[in-house]
Design a protein around this ligand. Structure first.
Ligand code: CIR
Length: 253
């Protein structure tokens, strides 16, 4: 069984953190509809959705991805780089304890889940304003004894590594040229359409690929690589600098 941890949002989303984009009005009702539709898509493909309680005092709490990394062997509860987000992790840790041994990163480590790509036994960690060397070192201390290799990756002009690249299948990633250089991986690399940088953020769930409905040319490209493409709408969350992957923590139970 595949589990997805998600969290609903509300009017607090208007006070989200922003780093690389200007504040634009968020239609909160539409954001909530998009969230419900997202959860419906997850359920429709057989995912067991665990919806956490809303945290009205934490504007970015809907972006649960940033609070934890779940591997088959362990769940690592992260310490987000934005101080306003640190109160989000406790409820995620409680939920994860049902499924995994939980290890917690401690200060001075900072590390956002949006900066982590797991690609086979490689764990790529983006060097961004949210993730510091102590965070990368602390993660390595947990995962390298389990047989993972941590590699740091420079990221340019976007919030997180996963704003710039995500995994499509065991051999393939999709990425935005200019934001990240993944040539060292030796993997197959698909380039999101240059006018659709949001298209580089997808969520792979088994054979299914959730992809951004607002990136039609990138969807066409992805369509050549999977028969199971599910476009989802997250444009209200894009105004909060979030994307598809940010809204869930996915793992096999
Ligand atoms: C933040 O700045 O933390 C939120 N407004 C957006 C977080 C997006 N999360 C992600 O890309 N994993």
């Amino acid at each position: 069984m595949i589990v997805a941890i998600t969290r609903p949002t509300g009017s607090e989303l208007a006070d989200c953190e922003l780093t690389h984009i200007d504040r634009a009005p968020i239609d909160v009702a539409r954001a909530c509809e998009q969230h419900e539709a997202y959860v419906d898509v997850l359920r429709s493909i057989g995912v067991e959705v665990v919806e956490l309680e809303r945290l009205p005092q934490h504007p970015d709490a809907v972006f649960v991805e940033d609070t934890a990394l779940v591997l088959n062997e362990v769940a690592v509860v992260l310490r987000p780089g934005a101080a306003s987000r640190r109160g989000e992790s406790a409820s995620v840790a409680r939920a994860l304890a049902t499924y995994r041994n939980v290890v917690q990163l401690e200060a001075p480590a900072t590390l956002d889940g949006g900066d982590i790509i797991v690609f086979g036994r490689k764990i790529l960690v983006g060097q961004t304003s949210r993730t510091n060397p102590a965070g990368i070192g602390a993660l390595a201390n947990v995962v390298e004894p389990l047989g993972y290799a941590v590699e740091t990756v420079p990221v340019h002009g976007v919030l997180h590594l996963k704003s710039a690249a995500t995994v499509v299948d065991d051999a393939t990633l999709i990425y935005n040229k200019g934001q990240v250089d993944l040539g060292f991986l030796g993997a197959r690399l698909l380039e999101a359409h240059p006018d659709e940088p949001q298209g580089a953020n997808v969520v792979r769930i088994g054979e299914v690929l959730l992809a951004d409905a607002s990136a039609p040319r990138t969807l066409e490209l992805l369509n050549e690589h999977t028969e199971h493409l599910r476009p989802v709408h997250v444009d209200e969350f894009a105004k909060a600098e979030g994307a598809i992957s940010c809204k869930c923590i996915i793992f096999p139970a």
